[in-house]
Design a protein around this ligand. Structure first.
Ligand SMILES: [Zn+2]
Length: 282
């Protein structure tokens, strides 16, 4: 699939963040990024039906949406991506590939599967961005290995999605517990520091605290990132296979509709100008 994705790597990188930008414009967007799995009891959450219709029948649609719907939304996006491959519509394939990648990756983040998603219930506010932004921004380039080999076909998509969600939910306890533990070992002026981020000096978790936390997690951030990459590749590949393996060299050339282009602009504007309509995350 290199012939399709490699030449479009810039588009995919740029638009992978569109779902987060959309949260500033559309209230219904936010629940697509997470699930508060602990709302449904304890691991392995047998009380929660894995099929959306069954979950809605049991808990009501309002409740299910309020707790977050990422596992189901990934499955809808996969169907859309499969259709786009069947249509051989390159613009749609690229847009959906970028966006499904976002939701899949979110589902690998432990705090996207926990009601205590930013440590707001345990006096650990900021931990969301700490795990998913600060740690990788400091360490990924230097220390993480993202070579994951070939994409694999995913035979059981719902089963695959739920396995990742259960892993994330289980890991969220460790994410929170370790930060609390490490905080006890650090003086406040050593935990935070004024350091540069995106060209600005901001108060953030110090490099020392961040490195120690990563060690304490025993490579969890890198492991989840590696698995997220493998999963995104697997979903792209699976959509192409399920669409009948259309010849990727003969796709219709990129032509975004007027509507697409307007949406890209609107996303950028609302993202720059307003406050998120959903919970904070990066
Ligand atoms: Zn997100």
């Amino acid at each position: 699939m290199m012939v399709l994705y490699k030449p479009n790597i810039q588009f995919l990188s740029d638009h992978a963040v569109d779902p987060d930008k959309r949260r500033y414009a559309v209230a219904a967007e936010a629940p697509k990024h997470f699930i508060d799995i602990d709302f449904y009891g304890s691991y392995p959450y047998k009380e929660l039906p894995r099929k959306y219709e069954d979950a809605v029948n049991k808990f009501s649609e309002d409740t299910v949406i309020a707790q977050g719907i990422v596992p189901w939304w990934i499955q809808i996006m996969e169907q859309r991506l499969t259709s786009a491959f069947k249509e051989k519509n390159l613009a749609k394939i690229l847009k959906l590939s970028a966006e499904i990648g976002h939701y899949i990756a979110d589902s690998h983040v432990p705090l996207h599967a926990s009601s205590n998603h930013d440590g707001q219930l345990s006096n650990q506010k900021g931990i969301h961005g700490f795990w998913e932004s600060r740690v990788p921004e400091l360490l990924a380039e230097k220390e993480f290995d993202f070579m994951i080999g070939k994409a694999s076909y995913i035979g059981d998509i719902p089963g695959y999605v739920w396995d990742r969600i259960l892993e994330s939910g289980a890991a969220s306890d460790t994410v929170l517990k370790n930060e609390a533990e490490l905080t006890k070992q650090f003086a406040p002026d050593k935990k935070y520091a004024f350091e540069e981020r995106n060209g600005k000096v901001v108060r953030q978790y110090s490099a020392q605290f961040t490195t120690a936390y990563n060690q304490m997690l025993n490579g969890m951030v890198e492991r989840r990132m590696r698995l997220a990459i493998a999963s995104v590749a697997g979903f792209w590949y699976t959509a192409w296979v399920n669409a009948g393996q259309p010849d990727l060299k003969t796709l219709n050339s990129v032509a975004f509709t007027e509507e697409d282009i307007k949406e890209f602009e609107a996303l950028n504007n609302s993202w720059r100008n307003s406050v998120s309509k959903g919970r904070a995350h990066e």
